[in-house]
Design a protein around this ligand. Sequence first.
Ligand SMILES: [Mg+2]
Length: 260
Amino acid sequence: MNEGSPIRLARARFDAVIFDLDGVITRTARQHARAWKRMFDEFLERRSRGEGGRFVPFDIDADYRRYVDGKPRYDGVVGFLRSRGIELPWGDPRDRPAAATVCGLGNRKNELFGEVLDREGAEVFEDAIDLVRALANAGIKTAIVSSSKNCASILRSVGALDLFDVRVDGTHAEALRLHGKPAPDIFLAAAEALNVDPQRAVVVEDALAGVEAGRAGGFGLVVGVDRVGQADALRGHGADVVVSDLGSLQIANGGRTDGH
Ligand SMILES: [Mg+2]
């Protein structure tokens, strides 16, 4: 199926739709990417000065999508560093930001992201909010999942905290010891909390690791949301269909997704 052609979700076939937060509901992907870049560039520059190597900055497009996007924060640190042949001790989640450990670098990224969010606020994709409301009207349950521990505060800041039936975020993931995407754990936990069979649920994701997780979880439909021009990569990682706008998802028998 191609971008642009409407995808119809039938109530008879699906009981629930599970949405990723960042890049699907909220427009925070660029803000995350900038915080990651600043953190890694600080680290890489410091390291090249110390060891006399060449400073090769973090690539905000390629490196972000391949190693970081959608993954739990510390896994993102490990993944990117490994691509540069760098191994750091794991450290401890209480490490001070920028300590030369995986946790320290991850904490520095979180600090920088918090500063960006304070300065700029979060923005939502209105097409996504419209779809969530239309699903509720059609009797299809909804969940929001995020690897981020900031999920609830981000949703609250845009007035969308009560929009979903279920939320599974980074805080729950840690407590339940869920494996991060591309493992399907967080989506399966959402399906369980919604009390629906994954085969009767739809996953909506923008990250490569996220569509991979949806596929691995055996979900009935994995929708890749392409806001940055990576439709082929999303399909390659497990998306059944790719849309560039959530207005392309419509509710069958219920008319258009605007709920009117
Ligand atoms: Mg995402």
